[in-house]
Design a protein around this ligand. Structure first.
Ligand SMILES: C[S@@+](CC[C@H](N)C(=O)[O-])C[C@H]1O[C@@H](n2cnc3c(N)ncnc32)[C@H](O)[C@@H]1O
Length: 329
């Protein structure tokens, strides 16, 4: 019933939503792509914002900075997000992409909330455990992530956000305009495909002797394999107990192997057409789905400690998207 009321409200609000979508798309073409700002960074950001406006997931900082970001800024936040949030709240509908932490097995519709929940838990466990908690948080390919601004109260964590300059500058600008305190965050400009992120980090004051949590969310699939290997090797050089939280697409999806021929083509083309970005890297899955990643990690001193996937193994198509909590032993 709630879903039906939500559907009806959305139909009534369609003119506002369509206007929001048109302006968003125009900004992708006219602002984001020409300025080399990551467009894909706005997709997970939009997912978290949708959950926030529906009241299922609290991220006030994300909502505040959204007003000053290239794609959701100004009128788009109102036309798109506030309108959707209003429909969700009025109808009481909290399912689909609004659901948090969402159902398991998760689906294409709920994968963003599954991902957000997986990494929130992973970060919280490592920052707040009694024994050897992480005292540095590094967000690789930070985009519009807000973990550094939603730390537990009183936590004394040194934060680093690493990304390419155009995206980092857009983020810094949004934080400044939204008056979000960010003195505890060091912004590091780098390209993972060209230089080691650790060198750029070290030059910015990162301490490789401290136990560290590295969040690498929504990034590996955009990198070349060498960059993924280099980054894992560098994480393996951090102190014992350091953790990297990372997500991976399956190699079969990226390579378009059966049964992913059609979906692979559609995804690769869609992201290329919409944002001018390329999906490049996928993890071999193996029989048990986690086997391929374990094998991949076996060359380093990293151990796969937790692993979840989107979808069910009983689906016609096997899972193609994986979340991993990887620990330095
Ligand atoms: C899909 S977004 C994910 C953003 C954020 N982690 C999140 O989950 O909201 C991918 C991010 O990785 C960054 N990125 C992609 N390739 C990169 C590279 N070669 N070097 C540095 N950053 C990169 C993009 O600029 C973008 O901000």
């Amino acid at each position: 019933m709630r879903a039906l009321i939500f559907g009806l409200l959305v139909v009534l609000a369609l003119p506002l939503l369509i206007c929001g979508f048109v302006i968003y798309t125009w900004r992708v073409r006219r602002i984001v792509i020409p300025q080399n700002i990551s467009g894909t960074a706005s997709e997970p950001f939009g997912g978290r914002l949708a959950m926030h406006v529906a009241g299922t997931y609290k991220d006030e900082v994300a909502y505040k900075i959204a007003h000053h970001t290239p794609l959701f800024g100004g009128i788009v936040r109102f036309l798109f997000l506030d309108t959707l949030g209003f429909c969700a709240k009025l109808s009481g509908f909290k399912g689909g992409f609004f659901a948090y932490p969402g159902p398991r097995p998760s689906t294409l519709m709920t994968m963003m909330s599954h991902r957000t929940h997986f990494f929130n838990q992973s970060i919280q466990d490592v920052l707040s455990r009694e024994d050897n908690p992480a005292t540095q948080l590094v967000v690789l390919g930070a985009g519009f992530d807000t973990r550094c601004y939603n730390l537990p109260e009183g936590a004394d964590i040194k934060c680093f956000e690493v990304d390419m300059p155009p995206t980092l500058n857009a983020k810094k600008r949004a934080l400044q305009l939204a008056e979000v305190a960010h003195d505890h965050v060091t912004f590091v400009e780098t390209d993972f495909n060209q230089e080691t992120w650790l060198k750029a980090l070290l030059d910015s004051g990162f301490n490789p002797n401290l136990t560290t949590y590295v969040l690498w969310e929504g990034v590996t699939m955009y990198l070349v394999e060498e960059a993924v290997r280099d980054t894992l090797n560098l994480i393996a050089s951090l102190p014992t107990g350091s953790v990297v939280g990372a997500d991976f697409f399956s190699q079969d999806l990226i390579q378009g192997n059966p049964p992913f021929e059609k979906i692979s083509k559609a995804m690769l083309r869609g992201i290329k057409y919409q944002y001018s970005e390329n999906l490049q890297f996928g993890i071999p899955t193996g029989e048990t789905l986690s086997e391929g990643l374990e094998e991949y990690l076996s060359e380093s001193e990293l151990k796969l400690a937790r692993f979840e996937h989107v979808g069910s193994t009983e689906d016609k198509k096997p899972p193609w998207y994986f979340f991993a909590h990887i620990e330095k032993h």
